[in-house]
Ligand binder design. Structure first.
Ligand code: B12
Length: 464
């Protein structure tokens, strides 16, 4: 069977291309079973003609979309555009998994995959090929001939990550992805996260299936995959996209020892203040880690505790950043503005905490309420979002759909634009000014310009 995977990555505003781990792995699983796959990557700009031309050239039996909440409205339009092609259409990924009811609003969509798709998609493709009954496949919601939706029971999480083939990066023209992302390759060694943050999709994803949710690849397998990729592609640095790289400190130690011997390329990780200590940071630094990113999200202990379900103290956050720096690592903080029940005063605590920490780089997002998360339900219950708010309403990644009396949309956007400037203005005027431009109206054209100039200049300006 021919399967056309579709990854929309629209509105990245001059940002980098990215590899989708889920689609890469699904493609490998299907190819291993003898099927043929291609990818339609709709990057940055909406291009319906390119999509239809790809369908007509490749002639797929199945179109398989992935989507998070930021992309679902684009996916819905593509599903509709492809309806005349009479191809089986299925969607998976975070949004369809956590809000499968979205199938009702997409007339031409035949099925939704809830949670991990390796076994469910393979069974679907094989069943469609053999002409069997595809409406009973576990892990899927399927539209039957009379238009009703059959909600089949879930499946077990893949228990042994080593049993999954490495992702099909060739399908993504992977060198192009690496080149556009500061020569960086990305990897994931684990799946699942033990923490229960109220704004994150992971806790709900963890309830979709049976079995162990937090899982690791063996060190041997992880190293083998990295070795293969850095041999086949020109890579300067590596980023581990795992939610929390240091969940298991013993694993990190063992991995770092092997990495240093076998790979040695500079790398970065994301971790969490409670799961790291000086020794872990030292292990990372010794293996070639250059920077760790940690979520602060909000500097208000009260908001963190009550709304975000993040119980760490500010003291603990400060300590983790201090330890990382003492171990020789650069640091990066992740922050969010515009949470339900947040006020500008609380946001200023985020500015203040970042000032005290003075991370080497800073990222800020505007809070987006994702279905399946506790904060989505709170936003509806407390009247910050209309109960009808759904897929199509997910606006841009740089805006807020919440309407809050104590923190208006205008104020949230202003705080977002000024955040990094406000943090750095007391510590580094150069950085403050760069970020002032980055988050301003000319930020987007500037990023596009930077992407077209020589890489050393990009790296100097963006500190990457
Ligand atoms: C790595 C990562 C990225 C990478 C890679 C992009 C990507 N979409 O994979 C980068 C850095 C580029 C990225 C960007 C963004 N991300 Co991100 N990202 C992650 C992260 C940490 C891991 C995802 C992952 O690779 N998991 C491992 C793979 C194997 O799992 P998977 O992708 O879910 O795929 C499996 C199943 O979902 C399913 N499946 C997926 N697609 C399909 C399709 C079909 C047809 C089938 C049958 C099955 C299926 O099968 C796969 C294999 O089991 C998650 C958090 C998490 N732990 O899930 C956030 C997460 C997915 N990201 C999130 C967000 C918000 C974003 C951004 C919007 C951020 C931003 N503000 O710009 C963008 C959107 C980019 C885009 N176009 O999708 C949110 C999504 C929440 C939501 N409900 O929408 C998450 C869940 C984190 C969170 N805060 O909750 N992200």
């Amino acid at each position: 069977m021919k399967v056309l995977f579709v990854y929309t990555d629209i509105d990245v505003k001059g940002g980098a291309r990215s590899y989708h781990f889920g689609l890469g792995i699904l493609s490998s699983v299907l190819k291993k079973a003898g099927h043929t796959t291609e990818l339609h990557y709709m990057f940055d700009e909406w291009d319906p003609e390119g999509f239809l031309t790809h369908i007509d050239r490749f002639g797929p039996n199945i179109i398989a979309y992935t989507s998070d909440s930021s992309q679902i409205r684009h996916v819905a339009k593509l599903v509709d555009l492809a309806k005349d092609r009479k191809v089986f259409q299925i969607a998976g990924g975070t949004h369809p998994s956590l809000y499968p009811q979205c199938i009702e609003r997409m007339e031409a969509l035949d099925a939704i995959c809830l949670g991990e798709g390796e076994d469910a998609l393979l069974e679907l493709v094989n069943t469609l090929e053999s002409g069997g009954d595809h409406t009973t496949i576990g892990g899927l919601w399927v539209k039957t001939a009379d238009g009703t939706i059959k909600q089949n029971p879930g499946r077990c999480f893949v228990q042994e990550l080593d049993s999954i083939p490495d992702g099909d990066r060739d399908m993504f023209n992977y060198q192009e992805v690496v080149d556009s992302d500061y020569d960086r390759a990305t990897f994931m060694l684990s799946r699942g996260c033990p923490y229960q943050c109220n704004y994150c999709g992971s806790p709900a994803m963890g309830k979709l299936s049976e079995g162990k949710y937090v899982r690791f690849k063996s060190v041997k397998n992880g190293i083998a995959e990295i070795k293969d990729i850095v041999t086949r592609y020109k890579v300067r640095t590596i980023f581990f996209a795992d939610d929390v790289f240091t969940i298991d400190r013993k694993y990190v130690k063992a991995f770092c020892e092997e990495y240093k011997k076998e790979i040695g390329i500079p790398f970065e990780v994301t971790t969490r203040v409670e799961s790291s200590n000086y020794d872990t940071f030292r292990n990372l630094a010794d293996a070639g880690c250059t920077r760790v990113a940690m979520g602060i999200e909000s500097g208000s202990e009260e908001l963190r505790r009550k709304a975000l379900n993040r119980k760490m103290s500010n003291k603990k956050i400060l300590q983790a950043f201090t330890d990382a720096r003492a171990a020789g690592l650069k640091t990066k903080s992740y922050n969010i503005v515009g949470f339900p029940h947040e006020t500008e005063e609380m946001h200023m605590e985020t500015v203040e905490l970042n000032r005290q920490i003075n991370p080497d780089s800073i990222v800020i997002y505007i809070f987006n309420p994702y279905p399946g998360t506790s904060l989505f339900n709170i936003a509806i219950k407390d009247g910050f979002l209309s109960p009808e708010f759904m897929d199509e309403d997910f606006i841009s990644r740089t805006d807020t759909p919440l309407v809050m009396k104590d923190f208006s949309r205008e104020d949230i956007l202003r705080c977002y634009r000024n955040f990094v400037f406000n943090v750095y203005k007391t510590n580094s005027l150069k950085k403050a000014l760069i970020y002032k431009i980055y988050y301003s109206r000319i930020g987007e054209p500037m990023i596009r310009l930077l992407n077209s100039v020589k890489k050393p200049i990009q790296r100097f300006v963006m500190g990457n």
